[in-house]
Design a protein around this ligand. Structure first.
Ligand code: PA5
Length: 446
């Protein structure tokens, strides 16, 4: 069976093969540092061999819990933020029917705890008021405000609707094995729980229960997803040849581009279903690399939609960008452009062609135009959009991220910068323990 492939040919008008090759020794070293666990953040390397450590028994347990929620809920609310939500949403969206929501799926998956929008939460409460719903509450720290606040609202609503005993059966918590408010609360309430391993950070946690349970609840093939990730663990982990290791080549190429002045990487897709893969990728790379005043800025666009908006900037704006294109080789569905006798729209030149062929020509035309316009293009070729290849893609990006972070000489596995806003928010909200910060902020705001 084919694997996903990385193609860097359309970067070679901007950097040379030897610029990429120059990273070979360093990349090899970074890979070894990951493997022997001697680098920065080495207490967060649990993701590295996670796919191959997933057992059939563990997946069976995930599937059993998912089956219970599927059988007993019309709606399942997945509460979580950042790494505790983006991976599940990315996989579910990319593998589900685009109109699943309108087809009354059982259960519908909705999300909460990823914002503090009062309108959003009030509208969610209203939506749930006549629904048979369950909750998957996900927080590694167990103390994240967005998620805890949403969970308090959801739990109150559910208990009011069905009583404490029934509510407890429909709530699953995914959190640390011992620490945090969510663990304490879950033990006290008697919820079914899953553990997020200590050594797996949020943005690397999609292949733990954090991602796998919601994905299984959505009725998707978690076995194939894990198999795909296992395959990439082998491909990216066996370091026989630099050129044949896609994670090594991706890390090297993006860093060669970065050093040549291309400071922004735009992840491009031509399938709207992949929108949240890009959101997940932005968190993975942005939170891993953006520190110590360094790091490629991660952006994303959905083409061809955004060719009619950001396309102008990409073609002619400041030349500090490069693109990485997620290119799906074959569409899953078949839809041809019909012939029209009158041809009033002038589209008969497309009659009989697959819509995907039009999309592919848009993709190729855009690549040529963007390269002409000074935008290097990397391409990740994905044979077909299914769980197996999404699994491959996830591990490929994770592995390359670890290597790339080490190339940058940062700790790719922490996120100290995320705390700054929290400290101010807690001080402004008079959270106990933040009195000094509160005073300092009040003085600053005067
Ligand atoms: O990657 C990360 O570690 C973060 O994005 C977290 O996933 C996010 O902040 C949510 O944290 P928690 O799971 O502790 O609620």
């Amino acid at each position: 069976m084919e694997d996903i492939k990385l193609c860097i040919k359309s970067t070679l008008d901007f950097i040379s093969e030897s610029d990429v090759k120059a990273f070979e020794a360093q990349v090899k070293k970074c890979n070894e540092t990951l493997e022997d666990g001697t680098g920065k953040g080495n207490d967060f390397l649990g993701w590295l061999h996670l796919p191959s450590s997933i057992t059939k028994e563990f997946l069976a347990d995930i599937k059993e819990t998912a089956a219970y929620l599927r059988a007993n809920c019309d709606v399942v609310v997945v509460a979580g933020i950042g790494g505790s939500y983006l991976g599940a949403k990315a996989v579910i969206d990319s593998l589900s029917n685009s109109f699943a929501w309108l087809k009354n799926p059982k259960p519908a998956i909705v999300y909460a705890g990823n914002n503090i929008g009062e309108d959003y939460l009030a509208e969610l409460m209203e939506y749930l008021s006549d629904k048979k719903f369950g909750i998957i509450n996900i927080s590694k720290s167990g103390t994240t405000t967005e998620t805890a606040l949403a969970f308090r609202l959801l739990k109150t609503r559910l208990e009011k609707q069905v009583g404490k005993d029934e509510a407890r059966k429909r709530i699953v918590a995914i959190t640390d094995k011992a620490k945090g408010a969510l663990r304490t609360l879950s033990t006290k309430e008697g919820y079914k729980t899953y553990v997020i391993p200590d050594n797996v950070g949020g943005r690397f946690s999609v292949l733990t229960p954090v991602g796998l349970l919601p994905i299984a609840v959505a009725g998707l093939d978690v076995d194939a997803l894990v198999e795909g990730a296992q395959r990439m663990e082998t491909v990216c982990g066996t370091y026989t040849s630099f050129e044949e290791n896609p994670a090594a080549m991706y890390a090297a190429t993006r860093n060669a581009l970065y050093r040549s002045g291309k400071k922004i990487e735009i992840l491009v897709n031509y399938q709207p279903k992949l929108h949240f893969i890009a959101e997940w990728w932005k968190q993975l790379y942005g939170e891993s690399e953006g520190k110590e005043n360094k790091g490629i800025f991660n952006a994303s666009v959905d083409f061809t939609t955004d060719l009619h908006s950001m396309g102008q900037w990409i073609q002619e704006g400041e030349r500090t960008i490069f693109e990485t294109v997620l290119s799906i080789k074959s569409a899953n569905e078949k839809l041809e452009v019909p012939f029209d006798e009158e041809n009033l729209d002038g589209l008969n030149f497309l009659a009989g062609k697959r819509v995907d062929e039009v999309n592919k020509m848009a993709e190729l035309g855009t690549r040529l135009a963007h390269v002409d316009g000074g935008v290097p293009n990397l391409r990740i070729e994905i044979p077909v959009l299914n769980a197996y290849y999404i699994g491959q893609l996830i591990y490929f990006f994770e592995r390359a991220c670890g290597i790339s972070g080490y190339l940058l000489e940062v700790n790719p596995f922490n996120q100290p910068g995320v705390e700054a806003y929290k400290k101010n928010m807690f001080a402004l909200l008079n959270k106990p323990g933040y009195e000094a910060e509160s005073k300092a902020i009040q003085a600053r705001l005067k």
